[in-house]
Design a protein around this ligand. Structure first.
Ligand code: NAP
Length: 460
C-alpha cells in the first residue's frame, strides 16, 4: 500500500473482519474495510484476526509503519515515521527476549471470561485518569466505568470528549452515556466516601496532588497519603478484587543504577510530593482485601501521535510554562540554566502509560511496575527543544548569576532536584513480563519540541 506521500507503507490491523480505518489525516486509508493486505501478503478477508505489526520490527528501510488498529477501529493511525519507535529487540522487548509474534495484542470485542468488570476510577478529570478511562472503554467494550469526581458530571463528560478527540479516538464518545457513571466524593473526606455503596470489581486510584512545594506539604499529604488510605478502605468495602494505585517512578530515587521495581525507602524522598507518594505506596502494599498493583510512570507527556496533553501543566509542561513566562518578559540574550550535561529526563507518552496500565490489569499482574521510557532524553536536550519551540535564543548551561537566571533557577528547583543527575533510569522487568511488547516511541529532541509546540499552541 502507498501512503499519501507515495511511500510504501506497512499497515497492521487490516486482517480483522471488523477493522475500519477511519483516521481523517490519511484520506487514502479512510474506509478501507477488508481491503488491506496483511504484512505477509495475505488478503485481508482471508486472514483470521487483528494482529500486531510491531513498528519498525517489520518495516525495513523505506517502509513506514502505521501502527495498528483495534477491532473497534478507534485507534488513531498516523505514520509512525513521524515518530519512529525504539526497534523491538533493543528496547524493552529486547530486555525480555520475547519476540512480538509470541504475544498477540488483545483487544475487546466480546466479554472476557468471567464477564463484565465494574471499574471505579478516581482522577478521571485529570490527565492520567481520563486516559485510563478511555483505554478501558476501548479495550473492554462491555465493562462499565464509574468515575469518582469532585465536580459536575458535565465537566467530566466535556473533559473526556476533549481527550478522546485530542487522542484521535473521538469514536469513544458514543460510549460515555451508556457506560460511564459518576459519583461525587472527595478522596480526603471519608464521610463522602461512606455514601458509596455497591460492588466494584476493580478500583483505579489516580486522584492526586502534583504540588511539590513545601508550602503545600499538608495538602499534598492529605490528598496523596490520606486519600489513598481512604480509597484502599473503600475498595475493601466495595469488595474489589483489584486495586491499582498511580504512583511515580521518581520515588525509586537516584542511585546512579537503574532503579528496581521494589518498595521505596522513605529517606529517598526529595520533596513533600515524593514523601506522600512513598507513604501511599506503603499503605497500598499493606492493604488487606484487594490485590494491589502500584504503577510508577515517569514524567508523563502528550500522546505519541498527536502530541496532545489535555489539561496538564505538570512535569515537562511546568518547565515549558516557566520558560514561556520568562520569554514574555522579553529579557534579551540567552538564558543560563543549571542543567548538568549528564542529566537525563525520563518522559513517557500518555498513550503508552494508559496502554501498559490496562495491559497489567488485563494480565492480572500485581506488584510494583515502572511505566517508564527505556531511553530517557538528555535534560539539556529537553530544555533546548522547549527553547526552540518558543523561538528563544539557545540557552547556555552553567551556574546562573544574573537575576533573571537566578529567578528561573528558583522556579525550576523542584524539577531540577528530580532530573539534574544521570540516575533517572528505571528497570522494567516486572512491567515487561506482562505488557504487550510493542516498543516505545522515540522521545528525542524533535519529539520534545513538538510536545512543547502543542502545549504552546493550546496555551495561546
Ligand atoms: N502527570 C504526570 O506526569 C505524573 C507522573 C507520574 C505519576 N503521576 C501520578 O498520577 C496521578 C494522576 O496525575 P495527573 O497528572 O493525572 O494529575 P492531574 O491532571 O492534576 O489530575 C488530578 C486528578 O485528581 C483529582 N483530585 C485531586 N484531589 C482530589 C480529591 N481530594 N478528591 C477527589 N479527586 C481529587 C482531580 O480532580 P479535580 O478535577 O476535581 O481537581 C483530578 O481529576 C497522580 O497521583 C500523580 O502523582 C503523574
Amino acid at each position: 500500500m502507498r501512503d499519501p506521500a507515495g511511500a510504501t507503507v506497512l499497515v497492521g490491523g487490516l486482517t480483522g473482519g471488523k477493522v475500519i480505518i477511519r483516521h481523517r489525516l490519511i484520506p487514502e486509508l479512510v474506509g478501507r474495510r477488508r481491503k488491506g493486505v496483511c504484512p505477509r501478503g495475505v488478503p485481508a478477508d482471508r486472514a483470521a484476526r487483528p494482529r500486531v505489526v510491531p513498528n519498525r520490527a517489520r518495516a525495513g528501510p523505506g517502509l513506514h509503519s502505521y501502527g495498528w488498529s483495534t477491532a473497534r477501529g478507534h485507534r488513531a493511525l498516523l505514520p509512525s515515521s513521524a515518530l519512529p519507535t525504539i526497534p523491538v529487540g533493543t528496547g524493552r522487548a529486547g530486555a525480555t527476549g520475547r519476540r512480538p509474534a509470541e504475544r498477540p495484542y488483545t483487544t475487546g470485542g466480546r466479554p472476557r471470561v468471567g464477564g463484565v468488570t465494574k471499574h471505579l476510577v478516581t482522577g478521571a478529570t485529570g490527565f492520567l485518569g481520563s486516559a485510563i478511562v478511555l483505554e478501558l472503554l476501548d479495550r473492554h467494550p462491555y465493562d462499565t466505568v464509574t468515575c469518582l469526581i469532585r465536580g459536575s458530571a458535565e465537566g467530566l463528560t466535556t473533559h473526556l470528549w476533549n481527550c478522546a478527540a485530542a487522542y484521535g479516538r473521538a469514536g469513544l464518545g458514543e460510549h460515555f452515556a451508556s457506560r460511564v457513571a459518576t459519583i461525587t466524593a472527595d478522596v480526603t473526606d471519608p464521610r463522602s466516601l461512606e455514601r458509596i455503596t455497591g460492588r466494584f470489581d476493580a478500583v483505579w486510584h489516580s486522584a492526586g496532588s502534583l504540588r511539590w512545594d513545601e508550602q503545600a506539604r499538608e495538602q499534598t499529604t492529605a490528598v496523596n497519603l490520606g486519600g489513598t488510605a481512604n480509597m484502599v478502605a473503600l475498595a475493601r468495602r466495595c469488595q474489589a478484587q483489584d486495586f491499582t494505585y498511580l504512583s511515580t517512578a521518581y520515588v525509586a530515587g537516584s542511585t546512579g543504577r537503574p532503579a528496581p521495581e521494589v518498595p521505596a525507602a522513605a529517606q529517598a524522598a526529595r520533596s513533600p510530593y515524593e514523601a506522600s507518594k512513598i507513604g501511599a505506596e506503603a499503605v497500598v502494599l499493606a492493604a488487606e482485601g484487594p490485590r494491589c498493583r502500584i504503577l510508577r510512570p515517569s514524567i508523563v507527556v502528550g500522546h505519541s501521535l498527536t502530541q496532545a496533553a489535555p489539561g496538564t501543566r505538570a512535569g515537562f509542561y511546568g518547565v515549558v510554562e516557566i520558560l514561556r513566562r520568562t520569554a514574555r518578559r522579553g529579557d534579551p540574550g540567552p538564558a543560563l540554566l543549571d542543567f548538568r550535561d549528564d542529566a537525563v529526563t525520563n518522559m513517557v507518552p500518555i498513550d503508552t502509560v494508559a496502554r501498559e496500565a490496562v495491559d497489567l490489569h488485563q494480565a492480572k499482574a500485581f506488584g510494583i511496575f515502572h511505566l517508564t521510557h527505556p531511553e530517557p532524553i538528555g535534560s539539556q536536550d529537553a530544555v533546548l527543544a522547549i527553547a526552540e519551540a518558543l523561538g528563544l535564543p539557545e540557552p547556555a548551561f552553567g551556574t546562573p548569576t544574573r537575576p533573571r537566571d537566578l529567578a528561573m533557577r528558583r522556579y525550576l528547583d523542584p524539577f531540577l532536584r528530580m532530573v539534574n543527575h544521570g540516575g533517572n533510569r528505571f528497570e522494567r522487568r516486572n512491567t515487561d513480563q506482562h505488557v504487550q511488547p510493542i516498543g516505545h516511541p522515540v522521545l528525542g529532541r524533535r519529539q520534545a519540541r513538538e510536545l512543547a509546540a502543542w502545549y504552546l499552541a493550546q496555551a495561546g
